[in-house]
Design a protein around this ligand. Structure first.
Ligand code: HEC
Ligand code: HEC
Length: 367
């Protein structure tokens, strides 16, 4: 996570301060330490940004009920008969599965995988997995949950500057709820770490109590600004130099590029944002519908994730967990879950001869 070249001495210093906050371990209010990273909890998911976004990268779901959520989390809500979501009376908007000493975590969450099978038109069979959660204490029959793996934060500054075809209010998160990197970071500090800021002054309290922990602005505005500058300057991982022309052709022909738009203009520079995304929400069909709407996004809508840097992720682990909950083990399974607005594209992929499917997947390995 070295600073990019060409920064002024002042910007570089702010980047270094932001990087220290991103990697730093926060401690509960009222405890002593060598730095000013205080304000953790009382409820939280992890003690640092980097514990979910290792080296700025993406997370993974637990492999089974015996593993903790380490780089993923669970959003919750109560959905009424009209489909309107409100915060859960006990858990709020997110289950914080950890707490400072003397306070109980909100719940224990255990993830199970169910197997789903299918067949390509050419007869080749495949196996997918779908997550199922057990939450203790039981959140009740009208509760809905949504598992989210940490997204890569690399390139978020460029995503913020991209001119998108559909200009909605939100842009960040798997459901494009947060409008800017600073708001996304402030929300992460609040929901994931229990740290209040100028944007979220009320602490997250256990069981709906109203007084707990330190309210106000546990992280000063200047520190939030440094953290945000760091996040915005962290570049995306670079893909391969020599593009796979046949794979790229198939990417267009099967309609992937309609949503995964290779490049978007930028508000701030003459360059383009080569993220392979329109940053817009799309109906992805019932298979990816977890029943929990959020912001303007319906329960079956997800933001097209940028595909830049995917090659590096897949080279390191060809079965890397993809999609919002990490259910897909690698790119092929991710494509097979596409449905709704993406169903024609998915079917076009499935109908390709095997060697062309391999070429298209090889193209993704180069991004
Ligand atoms: C408990 C794990 C966890 C921790 C801790 C965490 N994040 Fe995240 N991060 C996530 C998840 C999950 C998402 C996707 C959220 C969603 O869908 O709404 C995300 C999304 C983001 C995004 C949006 C990326 C995009 O492309 O839209 C940014 C930026 C980000 N986090 C920054 C941070 C910062 C800064 C911190 C520390 C203050 C932090 N995160 C702490 C799990 C975590
Ligand atoms: C209608 C828009 C649309 C089309 C067309 C589309 N996608 Fe997607 N794609 C999405 C959305 C939205 C997601 C995120 C779904 C989720 O997280 O549950 C996604 C997720 C992915 C992912 C996982 C990325 C990650 O970071 O987890 C890959 C890989 C992918 N798409 C590749 C493709 C390929 C290849 C094609 C063409 C065969 C394609 N997509 C067609 C919208 C689309």
């Amino acid at each position: 996570m070295a600073p990019p070249d060409g920064l002024s001495a002042e910007t570089r210093a702010a980047y270094e301060r932001g990087r220290l906050i991103f990697n730093g371990h926060f401690r509960p209010s009222g405890t002593e330490g060598p730095d000013d990273l205080v304000g953790l909890g009382p409820l939280y998911n992890r003690i640092s940004c980097a514990s979910c976004h290792s080296a700025g990268g993406r997370g993974a779901p637990p492999n089974g009920p015996d593993e903790n959520f380490l780089t993923a989390l669970v959003r919750v809500g109560v959905v009424d008969s009209a489909g309107v979501a409100t915060p859960h009376p006990i858990f709020g908007n997110q289950i914080q599965d950890r707490a400072v000493p003397g306070i109980d975590p909100e719940a224990k969450v255990s993830l199970y995988w169910e197997t789903v099978t299918g067949t390509y038109p050419d007869g080749q069979s495949y196996e997918l997995r779908k997550p199922f959660l057990e939450i203790d204490p039981d959140p009740g029959p009208s509760a809905r949950w949504s598992i989210r793996i940490a997204q890569s934060i690399r390139g978020v500054g460029l995503l913020e500057a991209a001119v998108t075809p559909k200009d909605g209010d939100g842009r960040f998160g798997w459901k494009a709820v947060e409008p800017s990197v600073v708001m996304q970071n402030a929300s992460a500090l609040s929901q994931d770490m229990g740290i209040t800021s100028v944007f979220h002054e009320a602490p997250i309290c256990p069981n709906g109590e109203t007084v707990c922990g330190g309210g106000g602005r546990e992280i000063p505005g200047t520190a939030l600004a440094d953290l945000t500058l760091f996040a915005k300057l962290l570049p995306p991982l670079a893909g391969e130099d020599a593009p796979n022309a046949m794979g790229a052709f198939l990417f267009y022909r099967t309609g992937c590029a309609a949503c995964h738009i290779p490049e978007l203009p930028s508000y701030y520079s003459a360059g383009t944002v080569k993220s392979y995304s329109d940053l817009a929400l799309h109906d992805m069909g019932p298979g990816l519908d977890d029943g929990l709407p959020e912001g303007d996004a319906k329960s079956f809508e997800w933001r097209t994730p940028p595909l830049w840097g995917l090659g590096m992720v897949l080279k390191y682990n060809p079965a890397a967990p993809l999609l919002h909950d990490g259910r897909a083990r690698g790119a092929e399974e991710a494509i097979l879950w596409h449905d709704g607005e993406a169903r024609y594209s998915k079917h076009a992929f499935m109908e390709l001869p095997k060697e062309d499917r391999v070429r298209l997947l090889a193209f993704l390995m180069g991004l």
